[in-house]
Write a protein that binds this ligand. Structure first.
Ligand code: GAL
Length: 354
Protein backbone atom coordinates (compact mmCIF):
# COMPACT_ATOMS: atom_id res chain seq x y z
CA UNK A 1 0.00 0.00 0.00
CA UNK A 2 1.33 3.36 -0.95
CA UNK A 3 1.75 5.42 2.19
CA UNK A 4 0.47 8.91 2.01
CA UNK A 5 2.86 11.81 1.95
CA UNK A 6 1.80 13.83 4.90
CA UNK A 7 2.24 17.40 5.64
CA UNK A 8 1.76 18.76 9.06
CA UNK A 9 1.26 22.43 9.31
CA UNK A 10 1.52 23.49 12.89
CA UNK A 11 -0.26 26.29 14.64
CA UNK A 12 0.24 29.07 12.25
CA UNK A 13 0.19 32.12 14.43
CA UNK A 14 0.53 35.16 12.35
CA UNK A 15 2.10 38.01 14.15
CA UNK A 16 2.10 41.19 12.16
CA UNK A 17 3.02 44.31 13.97
CA UNK A 18 2.60 47.41 11.96
CA UNK A 19 3.66 50.51 13.78
CA UNK A 20 2.83 53.85 12.33
CA UNK A 21 -0.20 55.99 11.87
CA UNK A 22 1.27 59.47 11.94
CA UNK A 23 0.25 60.04 8.38
CA UNK A 24 3.66 60.21 6.73
CA UNK A 25 4.84 57.20 4.85
CA UNK A 26 8.47 57.67 5.85
CA UNK A 27 7.58 57.57 9.50
CA UNK A 28 5.90 54.25 9.03
CA UNK A 29 8.00 51.61 10.72
CA UNK A 30 7.14 48.12 9.78
CA UNK A 31 8.21 45.33 12.06
CA UNK A 32 7.37 42.02 10.57
CA UNK A 33 8.70 39.07 12.48
CA UNK A 34 9.87 36.37 10.13
CA UNK A 35 8.10 33.07 9.93
CA UNK A 36 10.03 29.88 9.56
CA UNK A 37 9.34 26.86 7.36
CA UNK A 38 11.16 23.62 7.99
CA UNK A 39 11.13 20.58 5.71
CA UNK A 40 11.78 17.32 7.53
CA UNK A 41 12.34 13.91 6.02
CA UNK A 42 12.59 10.85 8.28
CA UNK A 43 14.07 7.56 7.07
CA UNK A 44 11.11 5.57 8.41
CA UNK A 45 8.20 7.07 10.29
CA UNK A 46 7.37 3.70 11.86
CA UNK A 47 10.69 3.50 13.72
CA UNK A 48 9.72 3.89 17.38
CA UNK A 49 12.56 6.17 18.44
CA UNK A 50 12.23 8.38 15.35
CA UNK A 51 8.50 8.76 15.83
CA UNK A 52 9.04 9.78 19.48
CA UNK A 53 11.72 12.24 18.34
CA UNK A 54 9.26 13.78 15.89
CA UNK A 55 6.53 14.10 18.54
CA UNK A 56 9.01 15.85 20.79
CA UNK A 57 9.96 18.13 17.91
CA UNK A 58 6.36 19.07 17.22
CA UNK A 59 5.63 19.82 20.86
CA UNK A 60 8.82 21.91 21.18
CA UNK A 61 7.77 23.84 18.07
CA UNK A 62 4.45 24.71 19.70
CA UNK A 63 6.19 25.98 22.84
CA UNK A 64 8.72 28.02 20.90
CA UNK A 65 6.18 29.64 18.58
CA UNK A 66 4.83 31.32 21.69
CA UNK A 67 8.24 32.24 23.13
CA UNK A 68 9.60 33.57 19.86
CA UNK A 69 6.35 35.15 18.67
CA UNK A 70 6.61 33.65 15.21
CA UNK A 71 4.81 31.00 13.25
CA UNK A 72 6.61 27.83 12.32
CA UNK A 73 5.40 25.68 9.46
CA UNK A 74 6.54 22.08 9.32
CA UNK A 75 6.49 19.90 6.27
CA UNK A 76 7.19 16.37 7.51
CA UNK A 77 7.70 13.51 5.10
CA UNK A 78 8.41 9.81 5.37
CA UNK A 79 11.20 8.56 3.08
CA UNK A 80 9.98 4.97 3.52
CA UNK A 81 13.53 3.65 3.77
CA UNK A 82 14.29 4.75 0.21
CA UNK A 83 17.13 7.19 -0.46
CA UNK A 84 15.77 8.14 -3.89
CA UNK A 85 12.42 9.03 -2.36
CA UNK A 86 14.22 11.16 0.20
CA UNK A 87 16.23 12.92 -2.49
CA UNK A 88 13.06 13.93 -4.29
CA UNK A 89 11.49 15.04 -1.00
CA UNK A 90 14.30 17.54 -0.71
CA UNK A 91 13.42 18.77 -4.22
CA UNK A 92 9.89 19.51 -3.10
CA UNK A 93 11.09 21.23 0.07
CA UNK A 94 13.23 23.47 -2.11
CA UNK A 95 10.33 24.17 -4.50
CA UNK A 96 8.16 25.03 -1.50
CA UNK A 97 10.77 27.54 -0.35
CA UNK A 98 11.65 26.05 3.05
CA UNK A 99 14.15 28.01 5.14
CA UNK A 100 15.92 24.90 6.25
CA UNK A 101 15.79 21.12 5.79
CA UNK A 102 16.21 18.51 8.53
CA UNK A 103 17.24 15.19 7.04
CA UNK A 104 17.30 11.80 8.74
CA UNK A 105 19.29 10.10 6.00
CA UNK A 106 18.09 6.74 4.74
CA UNK A 107 21.60 5.76 3.66
CA UNK A 108 24.20 7.55 5.72
CA UNK A 109 26.85 6.69 3.14
CA UNK A 110 24.90 8.25 0.28
CA UNK A 111 24.43 11.89 1.21
CA UNK A 112 25.89 13.34 -2.03
CA UNK A 113 22.68 14.10 -3.84
CA UNK A 114 21.14 15.80 -0.79
CA UNK A 115 24.28 17.88 -0.25
CA UNK A 116 24.53 18.98 -3.89
CA UNK A 117 20.85 19.95 -4.15
CA UNK A 118 20.98 21.88 -0.88
CA UNK A 119 24.16 23.68 -1.85
CA UNK A 120 22.86 24.67 -5.29
CA UNK A 121 19.71 26.14 -3.79
CA UNK A 122 21.41 27.53 -0.68
CA UNK A 123 19.15 25.66 1.75
CA UNK A 124 21.01 24.75 4.97
CA UNK A 125 20.63 21.14 6.12
CA UNK A 126 20.55 19.75 9.63
CA UNK A 127 21.15 16.01 9.40
CA UNK A 128 19.99 14.11 12.43
CA UNK A 129 20.14 10.70 14.11
CA UNK A 130 21.86 8.80 11.26
CA UNK A 131 25.34 10.21 11.32
CA UNK A 132 27.09 10.73 8.01
CA UNK A 133 30.86 10.72 7.68
CA UNK A 134 32.76 13.87 8.65
CA UNK A 135 34.09 14.35 5.10
CA UNK A 136 30.52 14.68 3.78
CA UNK A 137 29.55 17.12 6.49
CA UNK A 138 32.55 19.22 5.58
CA UNK A 139 31.52 19.56 1.95
CA UNK A 140 29.63 22.78 2.66
CA UNK A 141 29.60 25.19 5.58
CA UNK A 142 25.81 25.08 5.90
CA UNK A 143 25.62 21.39 6.80
CA UNK A 144 25.11 20.33 10.42
CA UNK A 145 24.47 17.22 12.49
CA UNK A 146 22.34 16.80 15.61
CA UNK A 147 22.48 13.52 17.48
CA UNK A 148 24.40 11.80 20.22
CA UNK A 149 27.73 10.08 20.69
CA UNK A 150 27.35 6.39 19.82
CA UNK A 151 30.45 5.46 21.89
CA UNK A 152 28.81 6.82 24.99
CA UNK A 153 25.64 4.74 24.51
CA UNK A 154 27.54 1.45 24.26
CA UNK A 155 29.70 2.33 27.23
CA UNK A 156 26.70 3.23 29.40
CA UNK A 157 24.88 0.05 28.39
CA UNK A 158 27.97 -1.85 29.54
CA UNK A 159 27.97 0.09 32.81
CA UNK A 160 24.42 -1.01 33.60
CA UNK A 161 25.50 -4.64 33.42
CA UNK A 162 28.75 -3.99 35.29
CA UNK A 163 26.88 -2.23 38.12
CA UNK A 164 24.46 -5.13 38.38
CA UNK A 165 27.29 -7.69 38.34
CA UNK A 166 28.98 -5.93 41.20
CA UNK A 167 26.16 -6.90 43.53
CA UNK A 168 24.38 -9.70 41.73
CA UNK A 169 26.97 -11.55 39.66
CA UNK A 170 25.87 -15.00 40.80
CA UNK A 171 22.30 -14.29 39.83
CA UNK A 172 23.32 -13.31 36.29
CA UNK A 173 26.01 -15.95 35.87
CA UNK A 174 23.46 -18.71 36.30
CA UNK A 175 25.74 -21.62 35.40
CA UNK A 176 28.40 -20.25 37.79
CA UNK A 177 31.27 -20.66 35.36
CA UNK A 178 32.49 -17.11 35.97
CA UNK A 179 31.74 -16.15 32.36
CA UNK A 180 28.79 -14.13 31.02
CA UNK A 181 27.23 -15.95 28.06
CA UNK A 182 25.48 -13.39 25.86
CA UNK A 183 23.62 -12.92 22.60
CA UNK A 184 23.60 -9.64 20.73
CA UNK A 185 20.83 -8.08 18.63
CA UNK A 186 22.20 -5.46 16.29
CA UNK A 187 20.63 -2.60 14.33
CA UNK A 188 21.26 -1.99 10.63
CA UNK A 189 24.50 -3.38 9.23
CA UNK A 190 26.07 -0.07 8.21
CA UNK A 191 24.55 2.22 10.84
CA UNK A 192 27.06 4.10 12.96
CA UNK A 193 25.08 3.48 16.14
CA UNK A 194 24.87 -0.29 15.72
CA UNK A 195 28.51 -0.73 14.75
CA UNK A 196 29.83 1.34 17.62
CA UNK A 197 27.35 0.26 20.29
CA UNK A 198 28.07 -3.43 19.63
CA UNK A 199 31.77 -2.84 20.03
CA UNK A 200 31.86 -0.47 23.01
CA UNK A 201 29.40 -2.35 25.19
CA UNK A 202 31.65 -5.40 25.15
CA UNK A 203 34.75 -3.28 25.66
CA UNK A 204 33.22 -1.67 28.72
CA UNK A 205 32.17 -4.97 30.30
CA UNK A 206 35.55 -6.62 29.76
CA UNK A 207 37.57 -3.56 30.79
CA UNK A 208 35.71 -3.73 34.08
CA UNK A 209 37.06 -7.20 34.66
CA UNK A 210 34.24 -9.46 33.49
CA UNK A 211 34.74 -12.28 31.02
CA UNK A 212 32.15 -12.71 28.30
CA UNK A 213 31.36 -15.39 25.77
CA UNK A 214 29.38 -14.55 22.66
CA UNK A 215 26.90 -17.31 21.89
CA UNK A 216 25.62 -15.55 18.79
CA UNK A 217 24.74 -12.22 17.24
CA UNK A 218 22.24 -11.26 14.58
CA UNK A 219 21.11 -8.15 12.76
CA UNK A 220 17.48 -7.25 13.44
CA UNK A 221 17.38 -3.74 11.91
CA UNK A 222 16.10 -1.97 15.07
CA UNK A 223 12.90 -3.92 14.65
CA UNK A 224 10.88 -5.65 17.35
CA UNK A 225 9.42 -8.46 15.22
CA UNK A 226 12.73 -9.27 13.56
CA UNK A 227 14.39 -9.35 16.97
CA UNK A 228 11.69 -11.67 18.33
CA UNK A 229 12.38 -14.08 15.46
CA UNK A 230 16.12 -13.99 16.01
CA UNK A 231 15.68 -14.50 19.74
CA UNK A 232 13.39 -17.46 19.09
CA UNK A 233 16.23 -19.06 17.11
CA UNK A 234 18.74 -18.23 19.86
CA UNK A 235 16.47 -19.89 22.40
CA UNK A 236 16.09 -22.98 20.25
CA UNK A 237 19.85 -23.24 19.94
CA UNK A 238 21.09 -22.15 23.35
CA UNK A 239 18.06 -22.38 25.66
CA UNK A 240 18.79 -21.42 29.22
CA UNK A 241 22.48 -20.87 28.55
CA UNK A 242 21.69 -17.28 27.53
CA UNK A 243 22.54 -15.15 30.54
CA UNK A 244 22.58 -11.74 28.93
CA UNK A 245 20.79 -10.19 25.93
CA UNK A 246 22.49 -7.07 24.60
CA UNK A 247 20.27 -5.19 22.16
CA UNK A 248 21.37 -2.10 20.23
CA UNK A 249 17.97 -0.51 20.93
CA UNK A 250 14.85 -0.90 23.06
CA UNK A 251 12.61 -2.23 20.30
CA UNK A 252 14.94 -5.18 19.73
CA UNK A 253 15.23 -5.76 23.50
CA UNK A 254 11.43 -5.83 23.58
CA UNK A 255 11.41 -8.31 20.70
CA UNK A 256 13.71 -10.55 22.74
CA UNK A 257 11.35 -10.23 25.71
CA UNK A 258 8.40 -11.17 23.44
CA UNK A 259 10.27 -14.33 22.42
CA UNK A 260 11.12 -15.19 26.03
CA UNK A 261 7.45 -14.92 26.94
CA UNK A 262 6.35 -16.92 23.90
CA UNK A 263 8.79 -19.63 25.01
CA UNK A 264 6.83 -19.75 28.27
CA UNK A 265 9.39 -18.00 30.44
CA UNK A 266 8.28 -15.77 33.27
CA UNK A 267 9.98 -12.55 34.17
CA UNK A 268 10.24 -13.70 37.76
CA UNK A 269 11.80 -17.05 36.83
CA UNK A 270 15.45 -17.81 37.54
CA UNK A 271 16.13 -18.41 33.86
CA UNK A 272 15.14 -14.93 32.73
CA UNK A 273 18.32 -13.38 31.30
CA UNK A 274 19.48 -9.82 31.89
CA UNK A 275 18.04 -7.88 28.93
CA UNK A 276 19.52 -4.50 28.06
CA UNK A 277 18.36 -1.93 25.52
CA UNK A 278 19.15 1.61 24.38
CA UNK A 279 16.77 4.57 23.67
CA UNK A 280 14.51 4.89 26.70
CA UNK A 281 11.38 4.93 24.55
CA UNK A 282 8.06 4.94 26.38
CA UNK A 283 7.65 1.19 25.90
CA UNK A 284 11.30 0.59 26.77
CA UNK A 285 10.99 2.46 30.07
CA UNK A 286 7.81 0.52 30.85
CA UNK A 287 9.72 -2.75 30.44
CA UNK A 288 12.37 -1.47 32.86
CA UNK A 289 9.62 -0.57 35.30
CA UNK A 290 8.17 -4.10 35.08
CA UNK A 291 11.62 -5.57 35.64
CA UNK A 292 11.60 -7.29 32.24
CA UNK A 293 14.55 -5.20 31.12
CA UNK A 294 17.48 -4.67 33.45
CA UNK A 295 18.04 -1.21 32.06
CA UNK A 296 18.29 1.03 29.04
CA UNK A 297 20.23 4.09 27.97
CA UNK A 298 18.25 7.23 27.33
CA UNK A 299 18.74 8.51 23.79
CA UNK A 300 17.51 11.98 24.63
CA UNK A 301 14.70 12.51 22.09
CA UNK A 302 13.56 15.68 23.81
CA UNK A 303 17.09 17.12 23.90
CA UNK A 304 17.84 16.25 20.27
CA UNK A 305 14.50 17.67 19.09
CA UNK A 306 15.10 20.93 20.92
CA UNK A 307 18.69 21.09 19.63
CA UNK A 308 17.43 20.77 16.05
CA UNK A 309 14.84 23.48 16.43
CA UNK A 310 17.13 25.87 18.27
CA UNK A 311 19.77 25.42 15.59
CA UNK A 312 17.22 25.87 12.78
CA UNK A 313 16.01 29.08 14.45
CA UNK A 314 19.46 30.51 15.00
CA UNK A 315 20.49 29.79 11.39
CA UNK A 316 17.32 31.23 9.93
CA UNK A 317 17.12 34.32 12.12
CA UNK A 318 20.85 34.90 12.48
CA UNK A 319 20.65 34.76 16.29
CA UNK A 320 22.99 33.17 18.80
CA UNK A 321 22.45 29.55 19.77
CA UNK A 322 21.65 29.16 23.50
CA UNK A 323 24.69 27.97 25.51
CA UNK A 324 23.08 24.63 26.34
CA UNK A 325 23.42 23.61 22.69
CA UNK A 326 27.12 23.77 22.10
CA UNK A 327 27.97 23.72 18.39
CA UNK A 328 31.10 21.56 18.23
CA UNK A 329 33.44 22.38 15.32
CA UNK A 330 30.70 24.70 13.99
CA UNK A 331 28.87 21.54 12.88
CA UNK A 332 27.76 19.14 15.59
CA UNK A 333 25.30 19.20 18.46
CA UNK A 334 25.53 16.04 20.53
CA UNK A 335 23.14 15.57 23.42
CA UNK A 336 24.39 13.29 26.22
CA UNK A 337 22.99 9.82 26.85
CA UNK A 338 21.91 8.77 30.33
CA UNK A 339 21.54 5.45 32.11
CA UNK A 340 17.92 4.53 32.88
CA UNK A 341 17.29 1.79 35.42
CA UNK A 342 14.62 1.16 38.04
CA UNK A 343 16.51 3.48 40.40
CA UNK A 344 16.14 6.69 38.38
CA UNK A 345 13.16 5.85 36.18
CA UNK A 346 10.82 8.45 37.66
CA UNK A 347 13.32 11.22 37.07
CA UNK A 348 13.87 10.18 33.43
CA UNK A 349 10.15 9.92 32.71
CA UNK A 350 9.55 13.42 34.09
CA UNK A 351 12.42 14.90 32.04
CA UNK A 352 11.07 13.49 28.79
CA UNK A 353 7.58 14.80 29.40
CA UNK A 354 8.61 18.30 30.53
C1 GAL B 1 19.18 4.90 16.77
C2 GAL B 1 18.11 4.39 17.71
C3 GAL B 1 17.34 3.27 17.05
C4 GAL B 1 16.84 3.70 15.69
C5 GAL B 1 17.95 4.28 14.85
C6 GAL B 1 17.44 4.81 13.54
O1 GAL B 1 19.85 5.98 17.36
O2 GAL B 1 18.71 3.92 18.88
O3 GAL B 1 16.28 2.85 17.85
O4 GAL B 1 15.86 4.65 15.87
O5 GAL B 1 18.62 5.32 15.56
O6 GAL B 1 18.40 5.50 12.84
Amino acid sequence: MKRKRYISVLAVMSVMTALGGCGMQNNFVEEQPKNMTIGISVYDQYDTFISELMSQFQSYVKEKEKDWGISITLEIQNAEQNQLVQNSQLDSFIEDGVDIACINLVDRTDASSIIEKAKTSDVPVIFFNRELVKEDLERWDKLYYVGADAYESGKLQGDILVNECETNFDKIDRNHDGVLQYVMLEGEASHNDSLIRSMTVIQEITENGYTVEKLSDEIANWNRDQAANKMKQFLEEFGNSIEVVLANNDDMALGAIDALKTAGMENSSENWPAVLGIDGTTVGLEAVEKGEMLGTVLNDARGQASGMLELAYSLTMGTKLPKKYQLIDDKYIRMPYKIATKENLGEIQVEQTK
